[in-house]
Design a protein around this ligand. Sequence first.
Ligand SMILES: [Zn+2]
Ligand SMILES: [Zn+2]
Ligand SMILES: [Zn+2]
Length: 291
Amino acid sequence: MDKYKKISFVLILVLVANIIVAATKIVLGYLLKLNSLTADGFHAISDSTSNVIGLIGVKLASKPADEKHPYGHQKFETIASMIIGFMLILISFNIIYNAIIWFINPITPSIDFSSLITIIITLFFNIFVAIYEYKMGKKLNSEVLISDSIHTRSDFFISLGVIITIVLINAGVSPTIDPVLSLIIALLVLYSAYKILKTSFSILIDEKAINQEDIKKVILNTYNDVIDVHKIKSRGHIEYTFIEMHIVLPSSKNVTEIHNLIHEIHELLEIEFNRKIELNVHIEPGEINRY
Ligand SMILES: [Zn+2]
Ligand SMILES: [Zn+2]
Ligand SMILES: [Zn+2]
């Protein structure tokens, strides 16, 4: 299975899980007249939307480079990840909105032991999904999976908030704790959105993918006949990076030697930085040996 097929497989698994969780919460929320649980259920539907956006992004990103898109289509994954980030912002605004509404029209939720158990079960479910998704995201170097797992993790906080609210209200704490906890959770969700957007924006604006100094050091330490490396630019993904640079070589070298050397440097960089690299080198003649 290729990388994008694996990512899609993980996303489909998570999608099915989310649909089951959403349906359970909505039905239970209506039966128990527990608004926070119903809201949480509808939120879980937005999780499925997030998974679907991820799936579409991954599908588009998997297309190989073509004449019109010589740099490939990987940025579709970044765009999908960005949309997931924006959706989290909407979710946090929705939580804040509901908390404000509570102050205008306070409702005390009715709650029993069995619904608490159900929420705790979905909570564990959330933890499991978030950890699985994050691990697979790291393993497959997938922005979409990592973003979606950050989303799932914030769902964990939302469910946890519901549980704490129920426990505290049952223990006799003022129901005001409901909107107060909601606001805290909204901030956590906003922070998650920030983390996702920070990563996707840095890729979209072509932030350096590898430190210039690291690239320079690797080349100069390995090849004594390289006089200098400068104007190093790198951009792209953690698994697929474009690098441009100027390399100063002794003017005595012939074209065949230089060509072989550039191929060696290319391989060296791919091994050293553990990713696929597209290398573009500008050669300059130099006389001064650095030793
Ligand atoms: Zn969610
Ligand atoms: Zn130069
Ligand atoms: Zn070649």
